[in-house]
Ligand binder design. Sequence first.
Ligand code: HXC
Length: 515
Amino acid sequence: MSLKSKTSDLKKRMQGALQGGGDKAIQKQVAMGKMTARERIIALLDKNSFHEYDLFVEHAGKDFNMDKKHLPGDGVITGIGTIWGHPICIYAQDFTVAGGSLGYMHAKKITKIMDHAMKLKVPIIGINDSGGARIQEGVNSLAGYGEIFYRNTQASGVIPQISVILGPCAGGAVYSPALTDFVFVVDKISKMFITGPEVIRTVLGEEITMEELGGAKVQAEKSGNAHFYAETEMEAIEQIKSLMSYIPWNNKKPATKFPKKPPVTKDYKIDEIFPTNPKQPYDVRNLIRSITDDSKFLEIHERWAANIVIGFGRMNGETVGFVANQPLVLAGVLDVDSSNKAGRFIRFCDSFNIPLVTMVDLPGYLPGVDQEHAGVIRHGAKVLYSYSEATVPKITVILRKAYGGGYIAMCSNHLRADFVFAWPTAEIAVMGPEGAANIIFRKEIKEADDPDTVRKQKIQEYKKKFANPYVAAAFGYVDAVIEPEETRKFVNHALEISKDKSEVRPEKKHGIPPF
Ligand code: HXC
C-alpha cells in the first residue's frame, strides 16, 4: 500500500470514529437541547487548538454480546487544547455512544489524560454526560471509577480540576465532580444524583422527578454541589473561560497578571453603597466591586448559602480571593452551609497561592436547634481551620459588626491575618449591644422603676464602650482604623508588601480538618 492510500485509509477510519454514535443518536442529543461532546470541546477551547488522542480506542466488553458492538472512541473524547493560550487537558463523555457509559477502556482514556494533566501540571476539565457505570462491564466499570477518584484526590491542590455536568451524572459517577474544585451545571440539562427517582420510588415510596431530585437549580441552590449555574451550555462555557482567567495553571505558577485598572467609582460609590443606619442591610458585592480592578468580581456559589459571598477579583492586576459576609441575607451570619462554602474556598485559594481579602460584617454564628443539630459546631470549625491553616497573604477589613465567634472566625488577627483594617463604623465585641446589655445589666434593668429607660441607657453605655474599633485597635488586634474611601489603597499596599511572605507551619503528614 502506498503512503497515499495508507493516508486515505487513515482518513476513512478517522471519519468513521468521528461519527460517534451515528446520526440517530446525534439527532436525539440535539433534540434534548444538548451539544455533542466534540462541539462542546471546540466551543470551550481556543480556535483550532484541540489535539485529540486515543480516537481509535476500542471497548473491552465481552459479555452480553458486547464483543459484537463497535463503540467509537469508547464513548469519551480526550485530548489537549488551550484556553487563553495556555494548555489544558480535557475529556468529554459522548452520550451518543452507549449513553456515554463508563467501561474499562473509557475509564483508561480518562485516567490517561488525567495523568497527562498531572505530568504537564495543567488544569483538567471533565465534561460529564453519562449513564454511569457500563452495566455490561461489571466490576471493570467500578474499577474505572475508583481509578478516577484516586487521581482526583492526588491532583487536588496541585492542578485545578473542573467538572462540567452536561447530561446525566448518576450513581457513583457523581463523586469525581465532588472531588474536583469547581462544578458547572446547566438548567434542564444537568442531572446529578446517587440514586435516581426509580430507586427512590421502590425503596422509599417517594415520587420525584429527575429534575426535582438532581437538576441544575437543585444542585446550585439547595445542595451546593454546583458552584456555577448557567441557563445554556454556551453560557456555562463563557463562565468556565472567565474562571480560567483568574486561576493559576498549577500550584507552582501564579495566575496570569492583567494590566492594572482602577475601579469604576462612578458606579460603585462606597458612601452610596454603605448605609448610615447600622441596622440597614446592603449588598457587600458592591463594596467588593468598589475596590477591585475595573469593578469586576466573579462570584462563585452565587445561588447557595448567599449569606456569605466568595469569588475572585483582581487588585492591581493580580487575582485575589474575596470572602465577605452578606448583610442582605440572614444578616450575613455564619451557619452550616456558609461555613462549608467559605472553608473550601479558602483552602482552594491557599493551595493555589491566591491571596485572601476578607470583608467582615456579621452578628456571629446562627443560633437555633436546626443549626446545632446539623452540626454547626463541626462545620463552623471549618472556617477557623481553613483560615488558620492558610499561609497566603490574608488581609481583613472589618466594615461593621464583628461579634463573638464571627469576629474570630472571619480571619481575625488571632487566626494570623497579616493585616486587619477596620472602618470607623466597625463594632468589635462579644455580642451586639442589645443582647449584651440584657445579660450583664439584667439585675439593674429588672429592679429599675422604669426598666425600658434603664435598658436603653445601658445599651447606649455598652455601645459607647465597645461598639467601635478602638478597643481592638488599642490592643493591636486591628492594625489600622481607615477611612472607607482608602480601603483599596490600604489593601493594595498590604498585598504588595506581602508578596514574598513566608510562614512556617509545623511539620506533619497532614492535618485533620473538621470534615
Ligand atoms: C450501559 C447504558 C447505560 C449504562 C445508558 N446506556 N446507561 N449502557 N450502561 N449505565 C445506554 C442505553 O442502553 C442506550 O443504549 C443508550 O445508552 C442511551 O440510553 P437511553 O436510556 O436510551 O437514554 P435516555 O432515555 O436519555 O436515559 C438516560 C439515562 C438512562 C437516564 C441515563 O439511560 C439510565 O437510567 N441509565 C442507567 C443509569 C444507571 O443506573 N447507571 C448505573 C449507575 S450505578 P442503546 O443501545 O439503546 O442506544 C453507577 C455505579 C458507579 O454508576 C459506582 C462508582 C463508585
